[in-house]
Ligand binder design. Structure first.
Ligand code: NAD
Length: 427
């Protein structure tokens, strides 16, 4: 692996454009109201309990010193420590980091993990920085937040433009500060430093498990089903590969420049070999269509795995998939969620489909605590058990309450945190 290999990073490379905080608050509010919690509970959960704003001086290679700004948001720790990724991005905002920490809370609740949500970020452009500068920045961030994080306080993980090497530097810095080995302070580490088997592909595995469960609900056999995946980066390419290996026919894939569509199926292994590290592939072919056209093609399963705001009120009536599984963050607007649900299309929301990564981060933390490591098969089996149960619980709740899967997911995601907060006397 290269020391800084962006193809090994989690999270998307485009900043989420929708007002994440507002849309997350709307669904959390609806979920709490539906379950009979009062407005005090919403006041407690509508923003993170803690938000740290740090400035990190870094010696650059040319001898100058540059100050970088960073954040760490901790949504709610009523259930246990907070957990969530750290992203490196030039345009990340404090509001976005707050919203993402709340999403992490929902994912932890959905997968029934003993955590609240956290999220961190540093405003920087990692593509223009040397390995040495990235290492000094990573270590500086840990020094800046060291008082508020730790294996029993707030656990970090990879996210947009951060990878296992960056996790290793951060873990090393924290261990030096604390003067004992602190592998459980961060997840997504290299295997030799206490990382977990299966962590890198956990996100896409989780999406695939959700596709399988959704297919059962609609009486669709995976073998021979027609699948379209928007985006061919970390998330999309793995999902396409897993579906192809399971016997599905992947009839469409896309990247930022265009889409490839063949109703008889695409040669996924060939496309995986030829794509570049940014998930670009369509530029090699002349017979492309647009992303917009691809989304509206007939298929059994549509997986938006690129960026936010792809299915909106404008195109929701034209979607012909039977199932939509959100691998990306926020690809479907709340309005479009209603339209798809009314049209009988089963929408599996991002907070459920995207819970695979944090679940295996939890497994990594557990393995670090016990000092005993599991095989990849064991990790995958445990991940499957958790997500199948989460899917079923959310599906049943959506049926009995006659609500869409997104609202049902938030209801389950927020419930334990709300109850723990009540017991603690926080609301
Ligand atoms: P990536 O950068 O590796 O790949 C993004 C892909 O989307 C590339 O193929 C890119 O060309 C394409 N793309 C970018 N802009 C586009 C546009 N306007 N239209 C169509 N395609 C476009 O990113 P990634 O790590 O694969 O992440 C993609 C999304 O999936 C993000 O929202 C990320 O948060 C999410 N993600 C989810 C999981 C999960 O567990 N569900 C895991 C990792 C990432």
């Amino acid at each position: 692996m290269g020391i800084y290999d962006v193809t090994n990073s989690g999270g998307d490379k485009d900043i989420e454009t929708l007002d994440l905080l507002t849309s997350t608050q709307i669904v959390i509010h609806d979920a709490l109201k539906k379950m009979g919690y009062n407005e005090e509970m919403f006041e407690l959960l509508k923003e993170p309990l803690r938000m740290s704003d740090v400035r990190i001086p870094v010696r650059m290679d040319d001898g100058s010193t540059k100050i970088f700004n960073g954040f760490r948001a901790q949504h709610n720790d009523a259930l246990g420590p907070t957990m969530g990724g750290v992203r490196f991005h030039p345009k990340v905002t404090a509001t976005e980091v707050k919203a993402l920490s709340m999403w992490m809370s929902m994912k932890c609740g959905i997968a029934d993990l003993p955590f609240g949500g956290g999220k961190g970020a540093i405003l920087c452009n990692p593509r223009t920085m040397s390995f040495g500068e990235l290492e000094r920045l990573s270590r500086g961030y840990v020094r800046a937040i060291s008082q508020i994080v730790g294996p029993t306080k707030d656990i970090l993980a990879p996210d947009m433009y951060t990878n296992s090497q960056i996790m290793a530097w951060m873990m090393d810095e924290f261990s030096r500060l604390r003067q004992f080995d602190s592998s459980g302070f961060i997840t997504g580490k290299p295997l030799v430093l206490g990382g977990s088997e299966g962590r890198e592909r956990a996100g896409a595995k989780g999406v695939t498990i959700c596709i399988e469960e959704a297919a059962k609900k609609r009486g669709i056999r995976i073998k021979g089903s027609r699948v379209i995946v928007q985006g061919f980066g970390n998330a999309g390419s793995y999902v396409a590969k897993f579906m192809h290996d399971a016997g599905a026919i992947v009839i469409g894939i896309s990247d930022v420049y265009g889409a490839l569509y063949n109703p008889d199926g695409l040669n996924i292994n060939y496309l995986l070999d030829r794509r570049d590290s940014f998930g670009t592939i369509s530029t090699l072919f002349e017979w492309t269509i647009t992303n917009k056209e691809l989304l509206e093609k007939e298929c059994d399963v549509l997986v938006p795995a690129a960026i936010s705001d792809q299915i909106t009120a404008e195109n929701a009536y034209n979607i012909k998939a039977k199932i939509v599984v959100e691998a990306a963050n926020g690809p479907t607007s709340l309005e479009a969620t209603n339209i798809l649900t009314e049209r009988g299309i089963l929408l599996v929301p991002d907070v459920l489909a995207g819970a695979g990564g944090v679940t295996v981060s939890y497994f990594e933390w557990v393995q670090n605590k016990q000092g005993y490591y599991w095989s990849e098969e064991e990790v995958e089996e445990k991940l499957r058990d958790k997500l199948v149960k989460s899917f079923e619980d959310i599906y049943q709740l959506s049926q009995t309450n006659n609500v869409d899967m997104r609202l049902a997911a938030y209801m389950i995601g927020v419930k334990k945190m709300a109850d723990a907060s009540l017991y603690r006397g926080w609301a």
